[in-house]
Design a protein around this ligand. Structure first.
Ligand SMILES: [Zn+2]
Ligand SMILES: [Zn+2]
Length: 108
């Protein structure tokens, strides 16, 4: 590995390099690099990266969010529907507390 001290900035030949961009492997001074998601990138690579991510976010993100919302709503509706069916399936005598009065135990 070459010592960083002996490297010069890609944009400013007079300045010493402070960091190396992991994307393009060029050396840059402190002013020419930007920290992005815990990585030090040069301005050119950052621009390239942000263009890609915004293009991806543009149509895919809302679609995924809408899909998740629709799926969640459907699941909630299904649960409510099943709960309603269950309540309807239970005889009304159960709610009235008179189930024990019926002679279903005495039948032969
Ligand atoms: Zn770069
Ligand atoms: Zn520079």
């Amino acid at each position: 590995m070459t010592a960083l001290v002996h490297q010069r900035c890609h944009h400013h030949p007079a300045r010493e390099a402070a960091a190396r961009c992991p994307e393009c492997a060029r050396h840059f001074c402190r002013e020419c690099v930007v920290e992005h998601e815990d990585r030090v990138l040069c301005a050119a690579c950052l621009r390239k990266r942000s263009v890609v991510t915004t293009a991806k976010r543009h149509w895919l993100r809302p679609l995924l969010r809408a899909g998740a919302a629709a799926g969640g709503f459907l699941l909630l509706w299904l649960l409510f529907h099943l709960g309603g069916q269950l309540l309807l399936a239970i005889p009304s005598t159960f709610h009235e507390g008179t189930l024990w009065q019926q002679p279903w135990l005495d039948e032969p």
